[in-house]
Design a protein around this ligand. Sequence first.
Ligand SMILES: NC(=O)c1ccc[n+]([C@@H]2O[C@H](COP(=O)([O-])OP(=O)(O)OC[C@H]3O[C@@H](n4cnc5c(N)ncnc54)[C@H](OP(=O)(O)O)[C@@H]3O)[C@@H](O)[C@H]2O)c1
Length: 239
Amino acid sequence: MITGAARRVGCAIALELARAGCDIVVHYRHSSEQADQICEQIKNMGRRCITLQAELSDSSTWESLISETMQQLGRLDILVNNASTFLTNSPGTIQSFDVQQWEQMYRVNLLSAAALAHYAEPFLKANGIGKIINLCDIGSKRPWPKHLSYCVSKGALDTLTLGLAKAMAPIVQVNGVAPGIAEFPVEFSMETRSKLIDKVPLARAGTPDEVAKLVRYLIEHGDYITGQIIPIDGGRSLH
Ligand SMILES: NC(=O)c1ccc[n+]([C@@H]2O[C@H](COP(=O)([O-])OP(=O)(O)OC[C@H]3O[C@@H](n4cnc5c(N)ncnc54)[C@H](OP(=O)(O)O)[C@@H]3O)[C@@H](O)[C@H]2O)c1
């Protein structure tokens, strides 16, 4: 199961894991058309695929996402917590502190990941090969004041990743993948994009496919890796 898998990075992960031989649950919130398209694409690759809709800030959806998966596909070996709220237009600064916005960040970026891990745990353990990958962010270690609520939620997701790795060992491996720039938010101007790229030693943005390949690597070859959060940022976190 990949959350937020209809578009952008989540979609690249879903396709990459389907290429690796996985059956896929495409979770989405609003992007139903894109979810259906990617599901068709995955079925054409010979894999089973279902789409499940859920608003992840709504705690009543968490358990049913897992139970629906089990009902329809009969097993769950991999959970990729990819869905996330990043508000470009109403930044989470401390000056504009908005308790509802902070709560929303926490519910989607942190609590849903914890809850899905909780409800998935027995099924991840059932076949002895469970993996959880959380989509983190290098911004958790170098928080941007303009997006403080987002960065703090990702910092908590880092801690969740380490804690889950201990709590679910030895059967389930839990790791994080922390992009720098994987795909710019559409709202970012060319000027903002080039300013951000100037800070990247490898002098370019990354791509969703590069993130997806790292996720695939951790799933296929990560049996002795747990509790790690791997930056994929062109060296941005060296500064
Ligand atoms: N893009 C980057 O450069 C970058 C950099 C660092 C870290 N990351 C992390 O990598 C992951 C993927 O990045 P991205 O840019 O592809 O993410 P994104 O486009 O911001 O969001 C991915 C999906 O999350 C779903 N989502 C958002 N709010 C939701 C909610 N309340 N309930 C349920 N689903 C919700 C949306 O689904 P619908 O479209 O169906 O509504 C959206 O398509 C995220 O965790 C992000 O924090 C990305």
